[in-house]
Ligand binder design. Structure first.
Ligand code: LAN
Length: 749
């Protein structure tokens, strides 16, 4: 990618409802300081976040990590933190690449193109960096995957092909020719999954008759009705919200008048297939086999047919108007609450477009561009963009800063390094205190939002969507730090009441089954999955209880109750016990736990074991022993652990092959999770733990960093997502635990 990209903190703006805080953005300056960085996807599609890290290292004024190879484990952690502190941002957070999915960037590009704002949203250097990204991740078969480690899918290919064309790559260029060939081998865009078809319809290169209905009237269903969308998982709800509004209007870009869009009308389909003659209605349910992860259930098909009938014979106008107006008001309220970030990247791109349409963009583009909402949306696009050596990408969220900062601090505490890294710790503490979530401006239960006060989000407070476990992990970090002398003496104060708010938050997010879901309490049943319309994602309809979220919430509550034995102690104790029963119920017969948000069983096992232990289950209890046995059985001969993304996708443990130039299938992140779990469970096989630690030490680079290996995160079973910070934080945490606790306990260094 071209040099000249720099991370920075964006200036405040008068269009946004609240102050921008905690975000990271990239700016381009024409003075080039470095040579372009090379990226070789054939070696590893996971980039190293080299550009960001180099920029931070250059700014660093403090001492450099020792170049010697450390002799003991504590020095390894010290060296690792000496490196990692150099990456900390001035405000105290750790930022990093949170890319991975391949279906996000195209939505942004399509929305920018339709609104005629490519020049403002993606000026020339952006387009160049986006081209680099798209070309870097095109695979040998001409397609793109749904995420960086996925084989090519129609979801990835159709969307990224369109994005490539819109950022200025000509149809005759080789990349496009190969892309077309891949699409045509799989039936052309008529066989793309529904979310891809939606973007195509909006761009005017697919017709609305070929789209399964997304009626806004669903919002008018009575609240008690089991299928009211207020009961869906918030991500599902908040994506179908702008979709239903755009669908009801059948909004379409005037593709016929645009040279690229009209060319796409033939490029996306089979050779010789005439766009005007396609019988769209026949392709509503068609999707390529390679994409069909969650096939549409016959029950949903019947429902979709009924809805098509309703659409055909004219939905009642008044009902459509009331429901569309409601949807628009809901979207505007979400914009204000999240400072125009919205809950995530898919809704963000749809809101960007919808705000322009709602301001009359179709008839008067100039005045729509001046509308407050559209301008504010444009200003918040950079919060989602990231530049790494593979190019410019749209991240899975507006960053993972709260999550990464919370883990980093817990690792520092466990390694006993808080006072040694006092400035780093104080800055991180301050950032965490500042990023605790306030309450919603319009009150909580409006639009099915739960009280959020006292929570922490995955990224920043202004994003205003705290999660059970991001709250819990930040709370753990805060509780651990506040006991330290240097934080007590010099850190910004945090009133106890703010800690009590978090307790109320965590207790109220527990579900009836004893577990914790993500952003909300569970509001529906798993049979809703019969209505999953996405084809490409698994388990998206409701907010399920998860082992990871439950374990984090329990650990945080336990830590709190140790420090404040007077505050809601009985409720907390009861909640933890119910949580433990949920975790036990989720254990698989082989002793493992499936990880829903990390790749994969190594991640789930770590949370499962820590959860049971914090509830007071002894390390010798049957479930923990079974999990230890499971983990030990998966250790590689080099001492490490390594799982393939197939574990997440197929829900069966899949060992990772030697890949991307590594000398084995082991990875440092998964090895660390397994080790953290084993050490927490006080594993009797000391030698196995030692061999794992030895692998982490061998893989540490001379700088104190670790290499970026594989995709460590996952969502919705099928999509991989990058966590760059994990390669530092988890090895540091595992080796720190070994140095400070497990090692001394077992007489080894
Ligand atoms: C995230 C990121 C963080 C993640 C953890 C905190 C790790 C997890 O323990 C709970 C769930 C959560 C908050 C989570 C949920 C789903 C998200 C928001 C994501 C994986 C980041 C991107 C993803 C979102 C759904 C992407 C947009 C795609 C759609 C299908 C709407």
């Amino acid at each position: 990618v071209d040099a000249g990209w720099k991370p920075c903190v964006e200036a405040q703006s008068e269009v946004l409802p609240h102050q921008v805080s905690g975000q990271q953005v990239w700016v381009y300056s024409s003075e080039k300081s470095e040579d372009p960085v090379l990226f070789s996807p054939a070696n590893n599609p996971n980039s190293s976040d080299h550009i960001f890290r180099q920029a931070k290292l250059k700014e660093w004024k403090g001492p450099q990590p020792d170049s010697d190879i450390p002799l003991d484990c504590l020095s390894v952690v010290r060296k690792g933190f000496s490196f990692y502190q150099m990456l900390q941002c001035d405000d105290g957070q750790w930022a990093g690449d949170y890319g991975g999915p391949h279906f996000l960037l195209p939505g942004f590009v399509i929305a920018a193109y339709i609104t005629g704002h490519m020049d403002t949203i993606f000026p020339a250097p952006h387009c160049k960096a986006i081209q680099a990204y798209l070309l870097n991740h095109q695979q040998e078969d001409g397609g793109w995957g749904s995420h960086i480690e996925s084989p090519s899918t129609m979801f990835g290919t159709v969307l990224n092909y369109v994005a490539l064309r819109l950022v200025g790559v000509e149809a005759e260029e080789e990349a496009c020719q190969k892309g077309r060939q891949f699409m045509r081998q799989h039936g052309g865009a008529l066989y793309a999954p529904s979310w891809a078809k939606f973007w195509l319809a909006v761009l005017g290169v697919y017709e609305w008759q070929g789209i399964a209905p997304v009626p806004p009237e669903m919002w008018l269903l009575p609240q008690w009705f089991p299928l009211h969308p207020g009961r869906f998982w918030c991500h599902c709800r908040m994506v179908y919200l702008p979709m239903c509004w755009l669908y009801a209007r059948r909004f379409t870009f005037k593709a016929a008048e645009d040279p690229i869009a009209s060319a796409l009308r033939s490029e996306l389909y089979q050779e010789g297939q005439k766009y005007q003659q396609i019988e769209w209605r026949r392709y509503v349910h068609s999707v390529a086999d390679i994409d069909n992860y969650s096939p549409i259930h016959p029950f949903m098909r019947v429902l979709q047919e009924a809805l098509l009938f309703y659409e055909r014979f004219g939905p009642w106008k008044w009902l459509r108007k009331i429901s569309s107006d409601f949807a628009l008001e809901y979207m505007q309220s979400e914009d204000l609450e999240t400072n125009y970030l919205t809950i995530g990247p898919v809704s963000k791109a749809l809101h960007l477009l919808a705000s322009w349409v709602a301001a009359g963009g179709e008839t008067d583009s100039n005045s729509a561009a001046r509308s407050t909402a559209f301008r504010a949306h444009v200003q918040r696009v950079p919060a989602y963009l990231w530049v790494a050596e593979d190019g410019m990408k749209v991240q899975g969220y507006n960053g993972s800063m709260a999550w990464d900062t919370s883990f980093a601090m817990q690792a520092a505490v466990e390694g006993g390094l808080v006072s040694e890294f006092k400035d780093m710790s104080k800055k991180a503490w301050q950032w965490l205190v500042q990023e605790q979530v306030r309450s919603l401006p319009h009150g909580d239960w409006r639009h099915w939002r739960q009280p959020i006060q006292g929570g922490w989000g995955f990224s920043t407070a202004e994003q205003a969507w705290p999660v059970s476990d991001t709250t819990a992990e930040a709370f753990k970090a805060v509780l651990l730090l506040r006991k330290h002398a240097c934080i007590k003496a010099e850190g910004v104060p945090m009133p106890d009441q703010h800690l009590f708010d978090t307790v109320r938050f965590l207790l109220s997010y527990q579900n009836g089954d004893g577990g914790w879901a993500t952003y909300e309490n569970n509001r529906g049943w798993s049979w809703y999955e019969l209505l999953n319309p996405s084809e490409v994602f698994g388990d998206i309809m409701i907010d399920y209880s998860y082992v990871e979220c439950s374990s984090s919430a329990m650990q945080a509550l336990m830590l709190f109750t140790e420090q404040f034995p007077q505050h809601r102690a009985r409720e907390i104790a009861g909640a933890i016990q119910r949580g433990a029963r949920f975790i036990e119920a989720m254990q698989r017969s082989d002793g493992s736990w499936y990880g829903c948000w990390g790749n994969c069983f190594t991640y789930g096992c770590w949370f499962g074991i820590e959860g049971l232990l914090c509830a007071g289950r002894p390390a010798s209890c049957r479930p923990i022993e079974a999990c230890v046995k499971f983990l030990l059985g998966k250790q590689n001969s080099d001492g490490g652990w390594g799982e393939d993304f197939a574990s997440c996708f197929n829900r069966e443990y899949a060992a990772r092959e030697k890949l991307y130039g590594c000398d084995s299938g082991s990875t440092v992140v998964q090895t660390s999770w397994a080790l953290l779990a084993l050490m927490a469970a006080n594993c009797k096989d000391i030698e196995a733990v030692q061999r794992g630690i030895a692998l982490l030490r061998r893989r540490q680079l001379s700088t104190g960093d670790w290499p970026q290996e594989n995709v460590a995160g996952v969502f919705n079973r099928s999509i991989g997502i990058t966590y760059t910070a994990f390669r530092n934080v988890f090895p540091l945490w595992a080796i720190g635990r070994f140095a400070a606790d497990y090692g001394p306990r077992h007489g080894c260094k």
